[in-house]
Design a protein around this ligand. Structure first.
Ligand SMILES: N[C@@H](CCC(=O)N[C@@H](CS)C(=O)NCC(=O)O)C(=O)O
Length: 84
């Protein structure tokens, strides 16, 4: 099973949309809430190669990007193989 991490904030429609797609696919993910743990933002930005918006999504430690990137991968049929 893939290791999926998603950095979020609580008031973030893109975060909710990304989580919905993963949930609809039955994928388990670790949510890292920057609302609850704001000190982890710097680590997120570092891992996301400077990406500062939320969500930032990682699958098996590879940076996927944000919500749009996740949906784009799905549209190309490339998300399901990553999720295993
Ligand atoms: N295109 C991005 C948009 C992400 C975005 O704009 N997220 C907002 C929150 S919903 C954000 O991070 N705004 C800047 C900030 O909160 O610092 C995606 O698909 O993930």
């Amino acid at each position: 099973m893939a290791k999926i991490e998603i950095y979020t904030t609580s008031i973030c429609p893109f975060c909710h949309a990304a989580k919905k797609l993963l949930t609809d696919k039955g994928a388990d993910f670790l949510e890292i809430s920057l609302t609850q743990e704001p000190h982890l933002r710097d680590r997120m930005v570092e891992r996301a190669n400077g990406g500062r918006t939320v969500p930032q999504i990682f699958i098996n430690d590879a940076h996927i990007g944000g919500c749009d990137d996740l949906y784009a991968l799905d549209s190309k049929g490339e998300l399901d193989p990553l999720l295993g």
